[in-house]
Design a protein around this ligand. Structure first.
Ligand code: ADP
Length: 308
């Protein structure tokens, strides 16, 4: 089974505006609030692909109840640890040129007791987990090296750990030798402190990260596809041009495709095709973590993966 950790889930509210102007009153065409957070996007796409997942992490207050009800509504299994503080709300404002402005709350503080309760549950759930996906930022109150600790637990239990985070938590988490990390260009630049100019830069930086024991590094490049680097080879993924609506959540969708490919035993080339097809399909939808199965099948035929 795939288990997905989201430490800081949110209610995502999306507003469509003709023009986004700071310092003025604006009328929005409001789209229904959804259950959001990077891990929940991963879970939503996996569900669409027909795979049952278990979502874990922390939920609290009225917002937490709302998020749970939204997950129940779409049939996503969820076993979040209840916390005292309120889960967060995040805003995404999209103008008529499909330019997106996001406003993200930092989210609730997690207490020591709540962490203990989560860890009790985690140790049980890992017994039935083949792939553990950890997506997004750590919640306040969690130790900075929490992904490192979780990654180490996965290693001990032979569970494939997929880590999609950024900043300090990613940097420390890498020391647990994850099965996969998926930075985008900006995240890879932050991680390496090197300005990336071309694919060769990506490969060189990725190779230096491989030395820390990470098994696969997928660097996503938006409309330019993806590069995968591991100790044996480098794969470059080329994708067709598509009409974009909202790319928020494309990285999460590509993680969903990747984890399903691995779970099903696909080879890495087919896994990369599924991964990119999911990212592309998400980019064609207004809501995050939303994909269309027919589009995915079509994109899989069009995507090219070759050894670089
Ligand atoms: P992140 O959301 O983590 O920044 P990306 O924006 O790189 O990740 O998107 C992940 C994947 O989604 C890409 O590798 C690609 O397959 C697809 N994708 C994202 N943006 C576009 C786009 N503008 N056109 C086509 N595909 C896209």
């Amino acid at each position: 089974m795939i288990t997905v950790i989201t430490f800081n889930p949110s209610i995502d509210r999306l507003y469509k505006l003709n023009k986004f102007e700071i310092g003025s009153v604006q009328r929005a065409n409001f789209v229904n609030p959804t259950a959001g957070g990077k891990g929940l996007n991963v879970a939503k796409v996996l569900k669409k692909l027909g795979e049952d997942v278990n979502c874990i992490g922390f939920l609290g207050g009225f917002n937490g109840k709302y998020i749970k009800s939204k997950l129940d509504e779409i049939g996503i299994k969820n076993n979040f640890t209840q916390i005292k503080e309120e889960s967060r709300i995040c805003l995404n404002i999209i103008d008529s040129n499909n330019k997106s402005t996001e406003i993200l709350e930092s989210g609730p503080n997690i207490t020591k007791e709540e962490i203990d309760e989560f860890e009790n549950y985690l140790s049980k759930v890992l017994e039935e987990t083949e792939i553990l996906v950890a997506s997004g930022s750590l919640a306040k109150g969690l130790p900075k090296d929490y992904y490192l600790r979780i990654g180490n637990l996965c290693r001990q239990k032979n569970i494939k750990f997929i880590l999609d985070s950024s900043g300090e938590s990613l940097k420390l988490g890498i020391n647990s030798k994850p099965y996969l990390i998926k930075p985008n260009i900006e995240e890879l630049e932050n991680l390496s402190k090197i300005k990336i100019k071309n694919v060769d830069d990506i490969i060189n930086i990725s190779r230096s990260i491989l030395l820390k024991g990470v098994e696969n590094i997928c660097v996503s490049m938006g409309k330019d596809g993806m590069v995968l680097v591991n100790k044996d080879f480098v794969y470059k993924v080329e994708i067709p041009n598509i009409k974009i609506v909202n790319t928020v959540g494309s990285g999460d969708s590509s993680i969903a495709g990747f984890s399903l490919g691995i779970l099903k035993g696909y080879d890495l080339k087919d896994t990369l095709k599924l991964s990119n097809a999911c990212g592309m399909s998400n980019a064609m939808h207004i809501s995050t973590g939303d994909v269309n199965l027919e589009d995915i099948d079509k994109f899989i035929d069009e995507i090219k993966v070759y050894e670089y």
